[in-house]
Design a protein around this ligand. Structure first.
Ligand code: ATP
Ligand code: MG
Length: 388
């Protein structure tokens, strides 16, 4: 029996006049996700997306790929049958039989987008319901809370039968919500922050700060691997590398040790602003979570924000580490994130960073540095990596 994939759109059905453009982005993303395994016919009718290979294809692989595309609330495999009642009855019995064991309760739902079909939706439901009851022993009808919902959708060229759905990736289509620049460290948090923004439809570029010779080649490889893993959710993510050694050495040499971290973070956002501009992004994203470390107190974040031109999104701000780790495992970044290579932030960590810095004292301290020249020199050396 021929099978196709049916996907139900999530929140984008609420988008009113913009819905068409959201749908267009979603279909483009589906084509991109499926392109490594073949060419697909993808069309959408009334918030259902029909996905079918142009030639033979591995439906398990295709199903797994579709399940990772943002903007889809749920998906199911469906049998495609000719549009006449006899074929629908026989196919539904054969296709749904494995799920309709003795003692199972079920309900039939029908939708007709082809209103010329010879039966109405209630007629399809009652005929198919009776047919299943007659042919399978021990079934029960439950219209309120059935164990199995057998759905028949009658479309222009065929009818589709499905009875089991799985949750999709949710969220909004990637790229439908603008673009942001993710500050990607080698840690656990920032890939999760990127994932959460991507899920809301924001496409990403990423910036990583490294401090050779204090940070080594392996630390850089680790970030490349993380960006590679993220590209499953953030197709086409670009990674920019910023050499940060001179800036850190200058802060260390000239500024009060307890303000080192907050001053360093202000330089990071200044350079992330530059990368955002280079990559066409309109916001920054970090993996900060309130109170996690000294640089993530309310006062420290306020002082850091003051150096930024773009809005900074911190999607993990109210999450506990454990909750963040759960997502990191789900998106397959955790194992890479815990590899023990040094990060430029940890190389010069002060013994007692100030947890309540205020902007005036930090700005005064920064006067000991030539901010513009330092940023300009670091900017000159920014490189863009290719992500596999
Ligand atoms: P993570 O697990 O993401 O490394 P963290 O708890 O170690 O987070 P910090 O080191 O204070 O926290 O960093 C906070 C945020 O600053 C990170 O989530 C990331 O967005 C950004 N950041 C830190 N170090 C770097 C870096 N080397 N390159 C790019 N961004 C960084
Ligand atoms: Mg870190």
């Amino acid at each position: 029996m021929k099978e196709i994939i049916l996907a139900k759109c999530g929140e984008l059905v609420l988008k009113g006049l913009n819905r068409k453009s959201f749908e267009k982005t979603l279909i483009k993303n589906l084509h991109a996700a499926l392109s490594p395994i073949g060419e697909f016919e993808i069309s959408s009718i009334q918030s259902t997306i029909y996905i079918d290979g142009k030639r033979d294809y591995d439906i398990d692989d295709a199903y797994a790929r579709v399940s990772r595309v943002f903007g889809i609330a749920s998906l199911s495999r469906a049998a495609e049958v000719p549009k006449n009642m006899d074929d629908i009855l026989c196919a539904a019995l054969e296709y749904a039989r494995p799920a309709l064991k003795k003692g199972t309760s079920f309900k039939v739902a029908a939708k007709r987008s082809d209103k010329r079909f010879c039966k109405t939706s209630p007629e399809i439901c009652s005929e198919l319901g009776a047919y299943l009851m007659k042919n399978i022993d021990g079934l029960r009808v439950d219209v309120h809370k059935p164990d199995v919902l057998v759905t028949v959708e009658v479309r222009d060229f065929a009818a589709y039968i499905h009875f089991k759905s799985d949750p999709g990736a949710g969220g909004m289509p990637y790229g439908s919500g603008g673009k942001a620049c993710l500050m990607l460290s080698g840690g656990i948090d920032s890939p999760v922050a990127g994932y959460m923004m991507a899920k809301r439809g924001v496409s990403l570029s990423a910036v990583h700060f490294l401090s050779p010779p204090y940070t080594g080649e392996l630390a850089k490889e680790k970030v490349l691997t993380l960006a590679g893993t993220m590209s499953a959710y953030c197709p086409g993510i670009e990674l920019y590398l910023v050499h940060f050694t001179e800036i850190q050495e200058q802060i260390l040499k000239n500024c009060r040790e307890e303000l080192f971290t907050v001053i360093m973070r202000r330089f990071m956002v200044r350079l992330a602003d530059e990368v955002a501009q280079m990559s066409g992004a309109d916001a920054l994203v970090t993996g900060e979570s309130l109170g996690q470390v000294a640089s993530q107190t309310l006062s420290a974040l306020t002082v850091t924000n003051a150096a930024a031109k773009h809005i900074i999104f911190r999607p993990l701000i109210g999450m506990d580490k454990e909750e963040i780790v759960t997502v990191a495992r789900k998106i397959d970044t955790f194992e890479t994130s815990i590899l023990p290579y040094e990060d430029c932030c940890t190389v010069f960590t002060p013994r007692h960073p100030k947890t309540r810095p205020n902007l005036a004292e930090v700005e005064l301290e920064e006067q000991k540095l030539d901010i513009e020249a330092l940023v300009a020199r670091a900017k000159e050396k920014i490189t863009k990596e290719t992500i596999q």
